[in-house]
Design a protein around this ligand. Structure first.
Ligand code: NAD
Length: 442
């Protein structure tokens, strides 16, 4: 059944959602604590406040974004008025991951609602308490024919993917992204795929090493490294390495103390399976800091690895945990060689005081998005597109782009009737030369 809301009704629904989320703030914090000991500070900063600000921004701008937009007409169509009409795609499926289980489920849903769609949302089964709170919030806010949460695992997701959708928005791994893309292709359903990759963090000899270390430690060990845009590995000019490693060690200790296991500010790995996967990537001889684990409690310490091979298991997959390999380069050619070994990453970071090097790095390499002299924070600007390229994904969202992602844009020409030039109509005889002449002017 179709469930269509006008702009005012969508706005009312979003205002209600804002109210329900604010009322459930404590429960959201508890759910994330339960699921993987996510520190309340991080839950507020990277999940709740992000969602709240996205909601407020959407409520404020929805009328503007939904408006019919006039564009400059083509003189070839003279006389005409040209404009773009946005319409909701219709039935939208959103599948979300466990690592930011509240924000990555709710944010796309907000934009899909704003754009006027009906939504089925499947949160991740690996963060069950958060999935349950998302369900509760949605049930308290929306009519069940408007937005529905269907909880479950990969099997449920696959069943959902067999249906015909008008749009699919998927956030998760590259492997599952391919499954989603294949399922979507069956019905020619458009998709956004927000995936992952190995995000390089390049540091040259001009960088402010102390500040770089602090910002990298924050971006890497936030959420215990389980962030799609976390730096995956360091690529540092070889002369700077030992100095930089000293700073990294100091910053880790400053943030999480001598025993990070006791720190209330350091999250756990999502489950045992991922703990074992991560520990299997560590070669003990290469550990220069950390390396401890408590598998029963899904704890892995912030760990630094001196990496000398791009063929190691650590360098063969997205790490997605608190393990940071450090690799050196001699010259720019070697940076390019290293990056070319991998698929296009979701993020790239460059730390430098050399403006030319920064500009060259962000324009030469292909990646989703990133920062100069910081990590992760590009996610926070709603005016920047957020998304991958190549294997790290397709499509982008945030801010107005999210609204546009869930809207089909119709291009309309409204032709004037007061003039009708006969030139374009058959018979065409003797018109070719004049046509060529006219087209030279366009
Ligand atoms: P995942 O791909 O394993 O799971 C994501 C979702 O897909 C879950 O809801 C899961 O139930 C479902 N799923 C799992 N297997 C499936 C299958 N065979 N068929 C259909 N659906 C299936 O990803 P994850 O482990 O939850 O999240 C980690 C990955 O997500 C990392 O690779 C990370 O980089 C990526 N990620 C990307 C972004 C981004 O914005 N680009 C954000 C967060 C995470």
């Amino acid at each position: 059944m179709n469930y269509k809301l006008n702009i005012n009704e969508r706005k009312e629904a979003l205002v209600k959602l804002l109210d329900v989320i604010i009322k459930h703030e404590d429960e959201i914090i508890e759910a994330l604590q339960y699921d993987f000991k996510k520190p309340p500070f991080e839950t507020i900063a990277t999940e709740i406040s992000y969602v709240v600000s996205e909601l407020k921004y959407t409520i404020k701008n929805i009328n503007k974004w939904a408006k019919i937009r006039q564009v400059f007409p083509s003189l070839l169509n003279f006389p005409s008025t040209d404009y773009v009409v946005k319409e909701p795609y219709g039935k939208v499926l959103i599948i979300s991951p466990w690592n930011y289980p509240f924000q990555l489920a709710v944010c796309p849903m907000i934009s899909a609602v704003a754009a006027g769609n009906q939504i089925v949302l499947k949160p991740s089964e690996l963060a069950p308490k958060t999935s349950a709170i998302v369900l509760k919030i949605v049930e308290k806010t929306f009519h069940h024919q408007h937005v529905r949460v269907i909880e479950g695992d990969a099997g449920i997701a696959q069943k959902l993917l067999k249906h015909r959708w008008d749009y699919i928005f998927f956030t998760g791994s590259v492997a599952v992204g391919k499954i989603v893309a294949k399922a979507a292709a069956e019905h020619l359903t458009p998709v956004t795929l927000e995936l992952g990759g190995k995000n390089p963090c390049i540091i040259d000899e001009t960088a402010n090493l102390k500040l770089a270390a602090r910002r990298i430690v924050w971006g890497k060990f936030l959420n215990a490294g389980q962030t799609c845009i976390a730096p995956d590995y360091i690529l540092i000019q070889e002369r700077m390495k030992s100095h930089f490693v000293d700073y990294l060690k100091k910053e880790i200790t400053k943030a999480y103390g001598k025993n990070p296991k006791e720190s209330p500010d350091f999250a756990r790995i999502i489950n045992e399976k991922h703990c074992y996967r991560l520990m299997s990537l560590i070669e003990p001889r290469k550990v220069i800091f950390g390396g401890e684990a408590d598998m029963d409690n899904c704890y892995i310490a912030p760990t630094l690895i001196e990496e000398d091979s791009l063929d190691s298991s650590l360098m063969s997959e997205e790490i997605f945990g608190p393990i940071l390999p450090i690799i050196t380069y001699k010259d720019e050619k070697e940076i390019a060689q290293t990056l070319s070994k991998y698929e296009k990453p979701l993020a790239l970071y460059v730390f430098t005081d050399d403006r030319k090097f920064a500009r060259k790095t962000v324009t030469t390499f292909s990646f989703g998005g990133g920062c100069v002299n910081d990590t992760v924070i590009h996610f926070a600007n709603k005016r920047l597109p957020f998304g991958g390229v190549g294997h790290s994904g397709m499509g982008a969202y945030h801010g107005q782009l999210s609204f546009d992602t869930f809207s089909h844009k119709k291009g309309i020409v409204k032709k004037g009737n007061w003039l009708d030039l006969h030139f374009r109509y058959a018979p065409y005889a003797k018109k070719i030369e004049t046509l060529k002449h006219i087209l030279k002017w366009f």
